[in-house]
Design a protein around this ligand. Structure first.
Ligand SMILES: [Mg+2]
Length: 138
């Protein structure tokens, strides 16, 4: 009976934790492997995701199984994730010293782009804090 109940439950998608290698896990691989175990105990699936290519991986693969590593070869991490067959919403969270490497290429906005209407710049925020409506800005 209990087994029937378990079989009737919808299969949950695994939730991943994406962990950068360089200047993140590489700082203390032993510690991160211990953290991997803690994540697994709460049904999270830790994986390493790195901007490196597979031919620059000896140090990584001495610690982590190849099946648990995504090599982006310089691509933005969310783009490489999708190519690896993992949906972005299957990631519970990221651990990365360079979060700017995570957004998909199409999601990046460069500072030289003209700000959109709904975006605030520092001057707008200062005026807002002073109680001066945006439209009165000279
Ligand atoms: Mg890094």
């Amino acid at each position: 009976m209990e087994g029937d109940f378990a079989q009737l439950q919808p299969k949950l998608k695994p939730m991943y934790v994406m962990i950068d290698w360089d200047e993140t896990m590489s700082l203390s691989p032993e510690t991160f492997l211990a953290i991997f175990q803690l994540f697994k105990e709460i049904q999270l699936k830790p994986m390493v995701i790195t901007l490196r290519s597979p031919n620059d991986s000896d140090d990584i693969l001495s610690w982590v199984d190849k099946s648990d590593v995504i090599f982006t070869s310089g691509k933005q991490k969310k783009d490489a994730l999708v190519e690896a067959g993992i949906k972005v919403d299957q990631v519970a969270f990221w651990i990365d010293d360079a979060p700017e490497t995570i957004p998909s290429h199409s999601g990046i906005r460069f500072t030289h782009e003209k700000p959109k209407e709904h975006w605030f710049n520092k001057e707008d925020i200062k005026l807002h804090c002073l109680g001066i409506p945006h439209s009165q800005k000279k």
